[in-house]
Design a protein around this ligand. Structure first.
Ligand code: NAX
Length: 327
């Protein structure tokens, strides 16, 4: 066995965590040789429910699970944290304005960022899942100035996986055969799932696809999948979101296979004209250490327009949290 790794999960009593924690403890996240210490952060009202989840974790007798700590204090939760999964967030309530939502989340991710800055491990890597995920990651980073920019990511892997599965289904191939999918921008309805570079069996597919299907079916279906799940299930995506978080962190550590790529929300370095510092999804290759942006892809005029629209939304969110003094 290697040394135990501390994994912090926020929103630990919520429905995504209910799917996620068991996969972390079983070794899916960090592999079969890495013992895990779980630090679970919740609000005071949900600590009892978190205890219940911890009881179930205990009852699995996972060989890799070394400890479970439950707290409502970010300074305790992030102490020694190497992997932080920031799942807990404030959902939009009835009659809540967008600015109220951003401010409520600023009150969550600001203090968490400050705690991460002070007590997290030097090798900390962070994945923000709680919505608005990209802007919550931006707030977290602004409050953790000593943590290098490449440690902050937002979850776009669920959107990426949805796009892969949708294309595979359409072409009648296995999901594992689809490569070079890209989802750009915000984890919202403006996201741009981009098929222009996608490959099956090493060959581009876009020329085989009906452009009307791409624009009127593929893109809106992928971008609207979250709402479709809510309509069908009466609750938002949980197991698939947990699975995507596992996929994204696992690939971050293991590196991307071959010359494939994936999608992740990362701190922009200005690539593709995306304003520096914005947390925005782009096609990336995980190197095992960090992410390399897949640079110099041809961006056709339709894609350019879609990318600009979703980036504009992220800029508006950034400007709103800046105006509120959250970053
Ligand atoms: P739940 O409402 O089931 O759970 C959220 C939990 O977070 C609650 O138990 C709540 O008490 C806790 N929480 C709130 N404030 C907290 C704080 N300050 N510290 C610690 N815990 C806190 O939501 P769930 O379905 O689990 O979804 C969690 C978040 O993921 C939501 O913001 C949701 O919108 C977002 N999602 C993001 C996705 C992505 O792809 N980036 C996809 C799935 C999901 O919609």
């Amino acid at each position: 066995y290697r040394r135990p790794v501390t994994v912090t999960v926020t929103g630990a009593a919520g429905q995504i965590s209910y799917a996620l924690l068991f996969r972390i403890a079983s070794g899916d996240l960090l592999g079969p040789d890495t013992p895990v210490r779980l630090n679970l952060l919740e609000v005071p009202a949900a600590l009892a429910a978190t205890d219940g989840v911890a009881m179930e974790l205990e009852d699995c007798a996972f060989p890799l699970l070394r400890s479970v700590e439950i707290t409502d204090d970010p300074m305790v939760a992030f102490d020694g944290c190497s992997v932080g999964l920031l799942v807990g967030a404030r959902p939009r309530g009835k009659g809540m304005e967008r600015s109220d939502l951003l401010e409520a989340n600023g009150a969550i991710f600001g203090p968490q960022g400050a705690a991460i800055n002070t007590v997290a491990a030097d090798d900390v890597r962070l994945l923000v899942v709680g919505n608005p995920a990209n802007t919550n990651a931006l707030i977290t980073r602004a409050n953790a100035p000593d943590v290098p920019a490449d440690r902050f990511t937002s979850m776009m892997r669920l959107d990426h996986n949805r796009a892969v599965a949708r294309l595979a289904g359409h072409l009648g191939v296995g999901s594992g055969e689809v490569r070079r999918m890209a989802v750009w921008g915000n984890h919202s309805s403006t996201q741009y799932p981009d098929l222009t570079h996608a490959e099956v069996d090493g060959a581009g597919v876009v020329d085989r696809l009906d452009p009307t299907w791409v624009r009127k079916d593929f893109i809106p279906t992928v971008a609207g999948r979250g709402s479709a799940i809510i309509d069908a299930r009466g609750a938002s995506s949980a197991a698939s979101a947990a699975n995507a978080a596992v996929d994204q962190v696992r690939e971050w550590y293991d590196g991307t296979e071959g010359d494939d790529w994936t999608s992740a929300g990362i701190v922009s370095d200005g690539a593709y004209g995306i304003p520096e510092g914005l947390v925005c999804s782009v096609p990336v290759r995980a190197t095992g250490v960090g992410y390399d942006v897949v640079r110099d892809l041809d961006v056709d005029p339709f894609s350019r327009e879609r990318i600009e629209a979703t980036v504009a939304e992220l800029v508006a969110e950034r400007d709103a949290v800046r105006a509120a003094g959250l970053i």
